[in-house]
Design a protein around this ligand. Structure first.
Ligand code: GLC
Length: 436
């Protein structure tokens, strides 16, 4: 008799489960991780896979219609003899970056980690036989830098992966694939990645857009995201789908454009309230490309980072490691130079949010409490008007040498009177605002 109400209430609860699964409520750990992610501001993306040997970028398999069985033979010759995780992590840390996002498996379908669910992986299919992801993860944890995993939803190698609009010329026999088998495979791999490599900062998905001509295609993302959050509640989920975020996602990703801009053509989407990240290449390609030595200058890279911070976004700057296991020399030089700048100016970037003065042609502002950092990137005059919504300034000085900057009231804002027209990579004026 006493049991009936319990059973009834259980039934009642169960009937509400599907509705609950639709609404994602991030855990306290997850919300904390989001804040830390935003505070960190700067990460390095690494695109590394078998494609580095062909040295024409990570899309070469589909761009050149390479047969999947022939392509897979690359694995037998992959021996990055000079790979040294400690050297990578040190070089990256020297730049001031606080996290690394590594391609655990890109569209080519090759796993750069030891997986039980396919032999097509770095340990079982190459003479190198070392779990690169494990070595990298151990080193990241040792040196205190966060590790994120890029994970492709596309696979140009597996026969069970349904065809999308890419990878059609790789000779795989079965356009329909076997979604159930492929989805299980991905979830098994994600479970490995989130179980065998310590705390992971984020899973960075890519490839959703492969089915954009097929709007009924169901990627079953909510269940996959829930699984990730179950395995590691603090792990952030991001998806490079070029849309406004879907339920279950913790960050919003932009590709090759700052939030709200769309020069590269992939970023017309609205900017959400989630933490933002924009990824960009250091030269012009994600994976190693031997003919692309067109590296952006240190000044350009620093300015991109500053502009991202001013738009409240992180910068994820990419490097494509070489087939021998080294990071390209130029990229290491850029990392070092960015780090030298970050040593001096990091305080105006880390832990800040976009400032009260919105981004302008002349530059951006970042803010930490009552400290407003005015990053002047492009100004021909020695004076600058800042709309401050009536806020009062207690103190104004040049960040690099603390020399005072004259301020004149002008309507609801102020005019900064500088001693020169700025020429620095980033001319930073710090304003101490009167508390709210
Ligand atoms: C794209 C490409 C991919 C690259 C990614 C990085 O979506 O497919 O090769 O990994 O962007 O943002």
């Amino acid at each position: 008799m006493m049991k009936t109400p319990i059973i009834l209430s259980l039934l009642f609860a169960v009937s509400f489960l599907p509705a609950k699964a639709q609404t994602y409520e991030p855990s306290a750990e997850n919300l904390k991780a989001r804040q830390e992610f935003q505070d960190n501001k700067f990460g390095i993306f690494l695109h590394w896979g078998l494609y580095c040997m062909l040295a024409t970028g990570e899309w070469t398999m589909t761009n050149n219609n390479l047969n999947y069985k022939e392509y897979a033979k690359l694995a037998g010759g992959f021996y990055p003899s000079r790979f040294n995780a400690a050297e990578w992590v040190s070089a990256i840390k020297a730049s001031g970056a606080k996290y690394i996002c590594f391609t655990s498996r890109h569209h080519e379908g090759f796993s750069m980690f030891h997986t039980k669910y396919s032999d097509y992986n770095i340990v079982d299919a190459t003479p190198f036989k070392r779990d690169i992801v494990k070595e990298l993860a151990d080193e990241c944890h040792k040196q205190g830098i966060r590790l994120h995993f890029y994970y492709s939803h596309i696979d140009w190698y597996r026969e069970d992966a349904p065809w999308g609009r890419t990878g059609r010329g790789t000779g795989r026999p079965n356009p329909k694939g076997d979604w159930k088998s492929y989805y299980t495979f991905m979830n098994n791999q994600l479970t490995e990645l989130l179980t065998n490599y310590g705390p992971i900062g984020a899973i960075w998905f890519d490839g959703w857009w492969d089915q954009d001509a097929n709007p009924d295609f169901d990627w079953q993302l909510p269940e996959q995201y829930a699984m990730i959050h179950r395995l590691q509640p603090a792990c952030l989920v991001g998806n490079n789908h070029h849309q406004t975020p879907f339920p279950g996602e913790d960050i919003q990703i932009f590709e090759r454009d700052l939030p709200g801009e769309n020069r590269a053509g992939l970023s017309g989407q609205d900017v959400s309230h989630l933490p933002l990240e924009t990824c960009e290449t250091m030269n012009g390609m994600w994976g190693y490309k031997i003919t692309d030595q067109n590296y952006k200058s240190t000044k350009t890279l620093i300015r991109y980072l500053v502009k991202a911070a001013g738009k409240d976004a992180n910068l994820l700057m990419n490097i494509g490691p070489q087939p021998d296991g080294c990071l390209p020399e130029v990229s290491v030089q850029r990392l070092k130079e960015m780090g030298e700048w970050m040593k001096v100016y990091g305080e105006t970037i880390y832990g800040t949010r976009g400032g009260i003065v919105s981004p302008h042609d002349w530059g951006v502002t970042t803010q930490k409490g009552n400290r407003l950092f005015v990053h002047i990137l492009n100004l021909k005059d020695n004076a600058l008007y800042l709309p401050l919504d009536g806020k009062m300034v207690k103190k104004a000085f040049l960040f690099k040498d603390q020399s005072p900057v004259r301020v004149a009231r002008a309507g609801q804002g102020i005019v900064l009177q500088l001693s020169e027209a700025p020429v620095d990579t980033d001319y930073v004026v710090e304003l101490q605002l009167v508390g709210q």
